[in-house]
Design a protein around this ligand. Structure first.
Ligand code: ATP
Ligand code: MG
Length: 577
């Protein structure tokens, strides 16, 4: 490809709205252009990369026994009503109507469509196991589309669905996919880290997310500091070990501490944990934080120790609701008859109380009094209030003990590039997808589903592989393997040598760009680094005088002089480096 013919509009400046490196670089290097929030056009360089990622994904899915299909993007509402997800999916689902006012949606995922297909087409154990996949656009009207391709509203996904006879079959399919995922990301030059996760709107029981460690990741991961332990989880899912609650109690308020009488104290305009601990001179462990949440099932007061943060995903899960939103000031005042900062569990009417086990263990605690400028001291669970539900609500953080081995946990940020789910019988039961076993008995199919964000993977590679000058593509998914730059475009001798190397490389199957633009060499060098070609071949005076061109590796910055004939041998096209 000649640079004069390649649509790769590079920019000197970072686009103002791009907050993270991959977004900045993909726009600046001329890979993507925005059409609307979370909706992008992939220019030639991006499409080259995407096609290569897709090729790797396809090879690994096929190798693991997958068969490729293509399902429609437009899905009729009926099947979503049948699965119960038309309501559950909420505003993230792009909904539309046809000319007859029939409801449809743009597929955010395809469990419904595929289960409908399989319930009609598969009826015997002889047809199992079955793994079907597709690679296509997905649509999710994300609340905050941002970070370029990381969180789009239209994005490319690979989704595979496995159908097995039983749990053992599912386990087998799941392991195959798990291994295929590790291979895919490795082949894309990414370091990934599988972690335990929550299933979210997809549902099911066991699930893993494949995380790319990056400061800009939107997910928080906790993992055990003891390498041989191997525990790693999305913080949304990470459990607080029960032993820890007991230790917390022992180290702070021992069993021997006697229960003192409940008392009101005047706390003028003292609202936050920091203010109260300073004002009353008590440690934050002694506070009960009471947080009002609105859910579709009503308002709940979630109680957590003052030194802890609440994990909203745990709250949502234990309440079995779709929506948990911190109540606004108006609701707080209506329910507690006091301003924000004075909510407490004692005599709090009209809401469900749910408490973290640690709250139950604090003796003579401090809480809001549901009265302006007032707190209660010597609050004791069971005696002064009785929660309807006691459940782990704590957001685990670095330093907390590992739930498996009690060693301290570490924390990191991650980008979720893929997720695997053991769905079990969730969809096959609701949609009636059954098969007949060897004995002629009808059984529900046991399902799994497995997604990879293709476009997010491209962005994650940029996030993990760049320097101050631009992107550093691994050979395996680079838009082109090499770029040839004649230093002086007006020097015909240089141009001729560059052309001959261009022809030579092309004839050996090396994907190469000849930068034949009438630009200064400096501009071409900058663009080459920005775009991130793994190899740069510079044809300058030395080529004319000594027959040597300069070969430079983008990742290692190693340089060497070679004769044109030596170049093909010198290019290391080891895919993942
Ligand atoms: P997230 O938690 O980041 O919103 P998700 O868990 O909802 O993602 P899945 O349903 O597991 O996403 O989808 C499978 C894969 O699709 C994800 O692992 C991710 O790589 C990709 N993906 C999901 N949402 C988006 C999006 N809005 N933009 C780009 N890629 C996405
Ligand atoms: Mg996910």
């Amino acid at each position: 490809m000649r640079a004069t013919q390649l649509l790769a509009p590079t920019l000197r400046e970072n686009p103002a709205e791009a907050e993270i490196t991959s977004h900045q670089l993909l726009v600046r290097a001329g890979f993507i252009r925005k059409v609307a929030a979370g909706i992008y056009t992939y220019l030639p360089l991006a499409w080259q990369v995407i096609k290569k990622i897709i090729k790797i994904v396809r090879e690994e899915m096929d190798r693991a026994g997958g068969q490729e299909i293509l399902m429609p993007i437009i899905q009729p509402a009926e099947i979503w009503h049948e699965s119960g997800r038309w309501e559950v999916y909420g505003p993230e689902l792009f909904r539309l109507q046809d000319r007859h006012n029939r409801d449809f949606c743009l597929g955010p995922t395809h469990e419904e469509i595929i289960t409908d297909l399989i319930r009609n087409e598969v009826n015997s154990y002889r047809q199992l196991p079955l793994c079907l996949y597709q690679i296509q656009n997905k649509y999710r009207d994300e609340k905050r589309p941002r970070f370029g391709l990381m969180r789009g509203r239209e994005f490319i996904m690979k989704d595979l669905y496995s159908f097995d006879r039983d749990e053992a079959g599912l386990e087998n399919s799941y392991q195959k996919m798990f291994q295929a995922y590790l291979r895919i990301f490795k082949r894309c030059g990414l370091q990934v880290f599988p972690v335990e996760a929550e299933a979210g709107a997809i549902g099911g029981k066991d699930t893993h997310e494949f995380m790319v460690l990056a400061e800009t990741g939107e997910a928080t991961i906790v993992f055990c500091s003891r390498q041989s332990c191997g525990y790693a989880s999305n913080v949304e899912k990470a459990a607080s070990p029960v032993q820890y609650s007991a230790q917390g109690r022992a180290s702070y308020a021992g069993d021997s501490e006697e229960l003192l009488p409940l008392k009101e104290v005047y706390t003028p305009n003292i609202r936050t944990v920091e203010e109260i601990t300073a004002f009353l001179n008590v440690p934050a462990q002694r506070l009960i934080k009471s947080l009002l949440y609105e859910t579709e099932k009503g308002i709940v007061a979630a109680l957590i120790r003052g030194d802890r943060e609440l994990n909203e995903v745990k709250l949502q899960k234990v309440l079995d609701v779709q929506r948990v939103e911190l109540a606004g000031a108006e609701t707080v005042e209506r329910i507690t008859k006091a301003g924000v900062g004075f909510t407490g569990p004692v005599n709090l009417e009209g809401v469900q109380l749910i408490a973290d086990p640690e709250v139950m263990a604090v003796k003579n605690a401090v809480s809001g009094a549901n009265k302006n400028d007032t707190h209660l001291v010597n609050v004791n669970a069971e005696r002064d209030f009785k929660p309807g539900l006691i459940a782990d609500l704590r957001l685990v953080k670095a330093g907390d003990p590992c739930p498996d081995c009690l060693f301290p946990l570490k924390e990191a940020k991650g980008i979720e590039v893929g997720q695997t789910f053991k769905l079990g019988e969730k969809y096959s039961r609701t949609l009636g997808a059954n098969y007949l076993d060897e004995n002629g008995r009808q059984k529900p199919l046991v399902m799994g589903c497995y997604g990879i964000g293709i476009t997010r993977t491209m962005a994650a590679v940029v996030e993990q592989r760049h320097d101050e000058n631009g992107i550093i593509w691994p050979v395996s998914i680079a838009p082109f393997h090499a770029v040839i730059i004649p230093v002086n475009q007006k020097d015909n001798r240089q141009v001729d040598i560059a052309e001959s190397i261009y022809n030579l490389l092309q004839s050996t199957g090396i994907e190469v760009v000849l930068d034949d633009r009438p630009e200064r060499a400096g501009v071409k060098f900058k663009d080459a680094d920005l775009i991130g070609y793994p190899w740069r071949i510079v044809v300058g005076n030395k080529a004319v005088e000594k027959g040597k061109v300069e070969l430079r590796n983008r990742a290692t910055k190693e340089e060497g002089l070679f004769s044109p004939e030596e170049i093909v041998g010198a290019l290391n096209l080891t895919p993942y480096t």
